[in-house]
Design a protein. Structure first.
Length: 234
């Protein structure tokens, strides 16, 4: 919460679709929002900032670049930004190849973007979150090992399972941390990643994601939840 009494969220990966929707939903709820985009090009987040009355700040961040992560931390710390929420939303998918056909470079890229980099963001930016705040990371039900009865999307599934495991490692390592840690499944959403045949629109998924995050504020221990607030099995 800042000096004006408004709560503040940092949304990593907010340029479009679900990330942009989350930023917009927190603005609707009266929060101040810092949202990150990759590169220099104009995005939907810039357009949203222009109508936010100064409550949305756009920051440039390539999440896979450790120097940029550190620089963002330093900029926010220098500006006196204290976060009530850090939410990391970033993922790529590179088709539906059987794992034996996945090139090594593709495997490395997807694992770095979907698993390693979100955890680096949690490590680097997490100290900005208040002791009673929340750290959320966007996962997927496809990262659930017990739900995988049909296969497919081998690499994407593996990357999300790795992310889930790394979040459990983080929560266990910092078991005395008073903050809440959440892995979120937004459902099957019509995005570039989810495809046009997905069951949910961004507008149908995002309010549930945000409501679930807010409802579990103060819960402390790590939870894996979906946009309806239901527990996703590991």
């Amino acid at each position: 919460m800042n000096d004006t009494g408004q709560q503040t969220a940092l949304i990593v990966g907010a340029s479009r679709t679900i990330g942009l929707g989350i930023a917009a939903e927190y603005l609707r709820r009266g929060w101040e929002v810092v949202g990150t985009v990759r590169g220099e090009h104009r995005t939907g987040l810039h357009e949203l900032a222009e109508t936010s009355g100064g409550r949305l700040t756009v920051e440039r961040l390539e999440m896979t670049d450790q120097e940029q992560l550190a620089a963002l931390h330093d900029r926010l710390a220098k500006a006196g930004r204290t976060l009530d929420l850090l939410f990391v939303n970033a993922a790529v998918a590179r088709g539906d190849l059987p794992i034996g056909e996945v090139p090594t470079g593709m495997f490395t890229e997807v694992m770095v973007v979907n698993a390693l980099s979100p955890m680096r963001a949690v490590d680097v930016l997490g100290p900005l979150v208040r002791p009673d705040g929340t750290v959320g990371v966007m996962s997927s039900s496809q990262g659930s090992v017990s739900r995988n009865t049909r296969g497919g999307q081998d690499l994407y599934r593996a990357s999300k399972s790795a992310l889930n495991q790394l979040m459990r490692c983080h929560a266990a390592r910092y078991a005395e941390d008073s903050r809440t840690f959440l892995l979120m499944d937004p459902g099957w959403v019509r995005t570039e990643l989810g495809g046009p045949g997905a069951a949910l629109s961004v507008a149908e998924s995002v309010p549930g994601v945000v409501e679930t995050v807010e409802r579990h504020r103060g819960a402390r221990r790590l939870r894996f939840l979906d946009h309806r607030g239901e527990t996703v099995p590991w």
